[in-house]
Design a protein around this ligand. Structure first.
Ligand SMILES: NC(=O)C1=CN([C@@H]2O[C@H](COP(=O)(O)OP(=O)(O)OC[C@H]3O[C@@H](n4cnc5c(N)ncnc54)[C@H](O)[C@@H]3O)[C@@H](O)[C@H]2O)C=CC1
Ligand SMILES: O=C(O)C1=N[C@H](C(=O)O)C[C@H](O)C1
Length: 262
């Protein structure tokens, strides 16, 4: 990309991997519209990533099975990565940290940075933070996530991270496990457990991405709810992450750490 004098514009060069998906296509439009960012590559599942079109930052929005390989490809070339794809459990993150430690120097910034962001929506980040803050003050906590029926994974990455944050806050405060007298649940009606926190996944036509955290004490309940009605809700976070990732070497989990919300 050049400016009106024909000189390089200095824009940050960005590639999108998973560019034809629901999130990837939206990210392509957001990056094309963002000041200071130039889209240099848009890759689908049949495309070879190669040199990523000379990208300095890649946005990775694919499927859990493909994401670690794509991210490793970028890191091995000294390209910073903003990862929105779910499925990044502790084992995957540990492998990624080792890959990032061995990465060559990037074209911008001192060392390669990777952001793994379970949710880019500002309201979702706040909801998770509020839930962790409130959780030690209640006996019972349950997470309900509700998504469109084309979602491939359950529970959602956001719900899993919310449960982990809640569990960590309760452990720090010395809380007892959430009370649950169930002894007979042959069909799993009580949902899954992540770090001891009950978690329920709903898939329903018409929905996009929604989550409730229910917190209960004797005689009272606090409900925290976030709704993404449109994937546009994720795009300010994607653009902010792209702009910031080169300034955050190493692996960061959660966009809240870039935004001062952690
Ligand atoms: N962090 C966040 O705020 C958000 C994260 N997500 C996550 O992003 C991921 C994508 O979600 P959607 O866009 O709804 O899914 P989608 O199914 O619409 O798109 C995924 C795309 O990735 C492509 N793909 C698969 N393997 C690939 C490969 N090896 N290389 C390049 N492209 C490949 C598919 O062909 C498809 O076009 C999911 O893990 C989802 O949970 C979704 C919304 C928000
Ligand atoms: O697949 C989706 O749609 C979403 N995935 C992310 C998740 O699993 O948490 C973020 C958001 O919930 C939308």
């Amino acid at each position: 990309m050049t400016d009106t004098t024909g000189q390089p514009s200095g824009d940050l060069k960005v590639a999108v991997i998973g560019a034809r998906g629901r999130m990837g296509s939206e990210a392509v439009r957001a990056i094309e519209a963002a000041a200071g960012l130039s889209l240099v590559g848009a890759y689908g599942s049949a495309d070879l990533l190669g040199d990523l079109g000379g990208a300095e930052v890649a946005v990775e929005l694919t499927v859990p099975a493909a994401s670690p390989g794509n991210v490793a490809h970028c890191v091995a070339r000294g390209v910073h990565v903003v990862v929105g794809t779910t499925g990044w459990d502790d084992d995957r993150l540990e492998t990624l940290r080792a890959q990032v430690a061995e990465a060559p120097a990037p074209a911008v910034g001192d060392a390669v940075g990777v952001l793994v962001a379970p949710n880019f929506a500002i309201g979702a980040l706040l909801m998770m933070s509020f839930a962790a803050k409130a959780a030690p003050f209640f006996e019972s906590v349950e997470v309900i996530e509700l998504h469109h029926p084309a979602k491939v994974d359950a529970p959602s990455g956001t719900a899993a991270r919310t449960a982990a944050m809640i569990a960590a806050a309760r452990a720090d405060a010395g809380c007892a496990p959430v009370p649950d007298a169930t002894t007979h649940d042959p069909d799993g009606a009580r949902g899954a457990r992540v770090d001891g926190i009950p978690l329920h996944s709903v898939r329903l036509r018409g929905l996009t991405a929604h989550q409730e955290v229910l917190l209960g004490n004797a005689g009272e309940m606090l409900t925290l709810r976030h709704d993404s009605f449109d994937r546009g809700s994720f795009m300010p976070g994607v653009v902010a992450a792209v702009r910031a990732v080169a300034g955050h070497p190493g692996v960061t989990v959660g966009l809240e750490h870039y935004l001062g919300l952690a």
